[in-house]
Design a protein around this ligand. Sequence first.
Ligand SMILES: [Fe+2]
Length: 290
Amino acid sequence: MTSVLAAKGGKRSYLGCGLGLRPEYYETIMETRPAVDWFEIISENYMVDGGKPLHFLDRVRADYPIVMHGVSLSIGGTDPLDKDYLKRLKQLIQRIEPQWVSDHLCWTGQGGHNLHDLMPLPFNQEAVDHVVERVQQVQDYLGRQILLENTSSYVSFRQSEMTEWEFHIEIMQRADCLMLFDINNIYVSARNHGFDPLEYIRGIPAERVWQFHLAGHSDFGDYVIDTHDHPVVQPVWELYAEALKHFGSVSAMIERDDRFPPFEELLDELCQMRAITQRVMGDGIKETVT
Ligand SMILES: [Fe+2]
């Protein structure tokens, strides 16, 4: 197993087609060792001493590459970075040796209160400066680059001065960080705000994107909510194909966080992902890291 690939200055590696590791499927995964190329964990679920989740994670880690995905770094928040959180995150990194570590380009709380939601930022220079400084602090402390995910959004700010993708680019280039590109979030936000998702995809420099997320959502006609409780829809698969053409071999996974189906249904979705990947990339798929 190649480890610490996302140490600063590392190169993008291709892991193949993965799934989120969720407690609902622990037993099935341990019993059947499914043909999943890699798993993504929610970091916060394992940032404790001992317990059943960590026990399962160690066992899964023995057989599969793992990437770590956090939900409460609050890189865009105005509270000081949580040193205790970062310490526990670093301890988990040292234990799991993930391929890479990600969180979201958002804020999640204020005054010490966690909102347990991913709140949007205004896309302006003041926010760029603020986030860049905090990303640099996090990367210096962890000794590695981090990936920041684009979130879905339902409101926009009058104070925004640039597009969402220009905002991401400036932060990535100035902080020298990477991107977790959530294709479903782009579909959701494009529908909600009326921008062209292809313009977003083609606007991001390919070398900065190390991972894709795919997921289902809830469609209410006038608006779309990122609920992760349905299969991936056809327009999002089509955007996945477009993203592969632009970004090349990027490790992709499906997020499912509610209305959990039998595990076989997720494996069927994974087969769909593999078929599209094969059709678009053909011989251009880079070797899976083993
Ligand atoms: Fe996501």
